[in-house]
Design a protein around this ligand. Structure first.
Ligand code: ZN
Length: 409
């Protein structure tokens, strides 16, 4: 399989002290204990994944298993831990947690032990969004099976050197590292082009818009004068900030078409009052030559985002995160997506995780549910077996290879 979305980065993957509890605290299961990001109505700032860190004990594990044990993020991890490390019990209990914990620690104490987990999931290629360091060369720093996307959030918030995105990333610090020092708004716009032009040299195969965690996704047509007025101000007003962000996003989408890089876009959830997929319709219509990969089935607006895929021919779908959020919705949506989307190139899968174990779980679940849906469709007479055999490898790998040009790497 080719996995088109992860948050793999060296600090988490290569840690030699990963234990059972960390698989929960550094995963979406941690959302059952509290969101990792703030809403505009709350105090600002996101919490780094997995902190504070405490050793695995039954008391620390029990809230996940006995209070949030019905949640799908938790169910996925329980299944994976048992599949990879268990003796067939099917659950994590007070009687077996110490044995499972020891096996997790043993696996991660091996150099690159995580790679064996990905091998077991038969994941050959991975596109990661290493947002803690958006300029890292994943192919060199993580593994030969990784490439990455360039997350543009910080640049859309870069109106002054102190401004940061919700991950605490500063555009000006990133540019400093590349020895680019934009002293004016015009130089800043030139810097954006240098970033896109240099992406391939860093093994970055797409741009990524994750601004649903920073702002509402109503990307308006560029208003250059208002965007310019935000530049250099210690605290531009809300209208100036939005215009700056809109302008930068629009510029990146134009550059993406010019340099033939796809644009991944997080839709749904996050700052939920502003993350409806149709908020991005204007942006998608203004850039008909830009290839947008819309993510997460825009949960909870799966039908809306599939409807966009019916209408817009510059839209593709990364169904990542949807199987983890709700296997039931994922199964139903896969049935509908096969029927609705205009051709067989439009779907691909990602995992959307930090640790290899959660990736194993997400990708194996996606593959299993795809198989079940295709079997249903053969049984119902919607597809012939040959059709299903043609479609499955496209969704599991071939679409991603051609969409991201991975064959040229
Ligand atoms: Zn993600």
């Amino acid at each position: 399989m080719v996995d088109v979305h992860e948050h793999h980065f060296p600090r988490v993957l290569d840690a030699s002290d990963v234990d059972l509890l960390r698989l929960f605290t550094e995963s979406y299961a941690s959302w059952t204990r509290g969101r990792s990001f703030s809403l505009p109505s709350e105090a600002q700032g996101s919490k780094p994944v997995g902190l504070p860190r405490v050793p695995t004990t039954w008391d620390a594990l029990a809230p996940y298993l006995t209070e949030s044990g019905s949640n799908s993020f938790v169910r996925n991890l329980v299944r994976v831990v048992n599949e990879l490390y268990g003796d067939g019990e099917g659950s994590i209990t007070q009687a077996n947690w110490e044995r499972l914990d020891a096996r997790v620690r043993q696996q991660h104490a091996k150099p690159h032990g995580w790679r064996e987990v990905l091998d077991r999931a038969r994941i050959g290629g991975i596109i990661t969004d290493p947002y803690v360091d958006p300029m890292v060369d994943a192919h060199v720093e993580i593994s030969p099976r990784h490439v990455s996307v360039m997350r543009i959030n910080a640049f859309a918030c870069g109106w002054n050197p102190e401004a940061k995105d919700h991950n605490g990333t500063s555009a000006h610090e990133l540019l400093d590292r590349l020895k680019i020092y934009p002293r004016s708004f015009d130089y800043y716009l030139e810097a954006l082009e240098q970033l896109v032009a240099g992406a391939a040299g860093r093994h970055q195969v797409a741009l990524k818009i994750a601004l649903a965690y920073d702002r509402y996704l109503d990307f308006d047509a560029p208003d250059e004068a208002l965007a310019r007025s935000a530049w250099g101000k210690p605290s531009p007003n809300a209208a100036e900030q939005k215009a700056f962000s809109d302008f930068v996003v629009d510029r990146f989408c134009r550059l993406a078409a010019e340099y033939d890089l796809p644009v991944q876009m997080h839709l749904g959830s996050a700052i939920i009052r502003g993350s409806h997929p149709l908020n991005t319709a204007g942006l998608i219509e203004r850039h008909p030559r830009t290839r947008f990969l819309l993510m997460h089935l825009a949960y909870p607006w799966a039908r809306e985002v599939l409807g966009m895929g019916l209408i817009y021919r510059n839209v593709w779908h990364d169904l990542c995160w949807a199987p983890l959020l709700s296997p039931t919705l994922f199964r139903q949506s896969l049935h509908e997506a096969i029927e609705v989307l205009p051709d067989e190139s439009r779907m691909m899968f990602g995992g959307d995780n930090w640790h290899a174990e959660e990736t194993y779980g997400a990708m194996s679940m996606a593959r299993r549910i795809l198989a079940e849906v295709l079997e249903d469709k053969i049984r119902d007479g919607y597809l012939a077996e040959d059709d299903a055999r043609r479609l499955a490898p496209k969704i599991l790998s071939d679409n991603a290879v051609s969409f991201f040009g991975l064959g040229q790497l």
